[in-house]
Design a protein around this ligand. Structure first.
Ligand code: ZN
Length: 98
């Protein structure tokens, strides 16, 4: 069971730091409400976009693992199949070893 902060996540306006680096806060929950929860503060816009997309990407990984159930072709081809690559990625996300 995955125990991450529920998505979707969104990026707020960058915060200009008085000292140090500016950062982009990432939130979960309804935009502009007290229910929003800070998930992370990230120091580049590109990283903020990537991290904010994580819940959707996780959904894609879960869907891919489900779609590839029983379709593994690794032993036939000698190449790690898409299903196994996504199963290993999902295990890493869930805190397991790959
Ligand atoms: Zn496989």
């Amino acid at each position: 069971m995955i125990q991450h902060t529920p998505g979707p996540w969104w990026i707020d306006n960058p915060v200009e730091a008085e000292k140090g680096d500016d950062f982009w806060p990432i939130y979960s929950g309804a935009f502009g409400t007290r229910a929003a929860v800070n998930v992370a503060d990230v120091y580049t816009a590109a990283d903020a976009r990537l991290i904010a997309a994580a819940p959707e990407m996780l959904g894609e990984v879960v869907d891919t693992v489900r779609e590839w159930q029983g379709l593994c072709s690794c032993s036939d081809t000698g190449i790690v199949c898409k299903g196994c690559r996504n199963r290993a990625l999902l295990a890493r996300i869930e805190g397991g070893k790959t």
